[in-house]
Write a protein that binds this ligand. Sequence first.
Ligand SMILES: Nc1ncnc2c1ncn2[C@@H]1O[C@H](COP(=O)(O)OP(=O)(O)OP(=O)(O)O)[C@@H](O)[C@H]1O
Length: 245
Amino acid sequence: MNAPTVLSLRGATKRFGGLVAVSDLDFDVTEHEVMGLIGPNGSGKSTTLNLISGALPVTSGTITLRGTPITTLPAQEIARRGVARTFQLVRLLPSMTVLDNVRAGAVFGHRRRWGHEAEAHAMRMLETVGLQRRAQAHVGELTYIDTKRVELARVLASDPKVLLLDEWLAGLNPTELEEGIALIRRLRDEGRTIILVEHVMDAIRSLCDRCVVMSSGARIAEGTPAEVLSDPEVIRAYLGDDEDA
Ligand SMILES: Nc1ncnc2c1ncn2[C@@H]1O[C@H](COP(=O)(O)OP(=O)(O)OP(=O)(O)O)[C@@H](O)[C@H]1O
């Protein structure tokens, strides 16, 4: 039996004035799948995540979560329904402890928890990302990968059903990258549904069941990582992009 569809985009379009950042985009994400959303710089990947999470309204098109339209819902309501994302630039409160940052995710998320329950849950999430020993550290004292771990723990604390990772692996050194990939693999093995926006192709190859490739806002290919990364149109799109060439 096919896995149920969790998230669907149909004709999703976002214009910024004259610029079409996302153009008539269709794709489905099925349960427990890791879907890579890839493409050259400026192809519309982050904007697509912003449309899904409700951070930006669509210009036209529909987005459904388990068959229910979420297209016009405010971001907070979409988060409450179990869609959570990390940001390209980590957004944490540097003067607060690691634990307090993660606890904030437990309090404000999809499944709200308070007091001791929130704290115990936040500690479990810190264990998941391997940071339990730094619970009382201030975020400002952490290494870069550890701030990323905190952000992921904070997002996980809201018990998301759909996790949107926006270049979560960017900027890591090779050892950290291996750890990061192993961590995302563990989240996948726990049965989460993940959309991964990523430029690190090793991560795409080893983590994604399927990829959607965007170029200039439109979907230009879809398939397994091996299929799309050998597609001549995809190769052309990447080579045409100065920063990735
Ligand atoms: N708030 C905005 N206002 C105007 N233009 C925007 C805005 N956000 C994004 N854009 C433009 O939309 C296009 C798509 O940008 P987006 O950030 O979604 O691409 P991306 O694929 O995520 O790129 P990258 O890989 O570099 O992060 C770009 O041309 C960008 O300049």
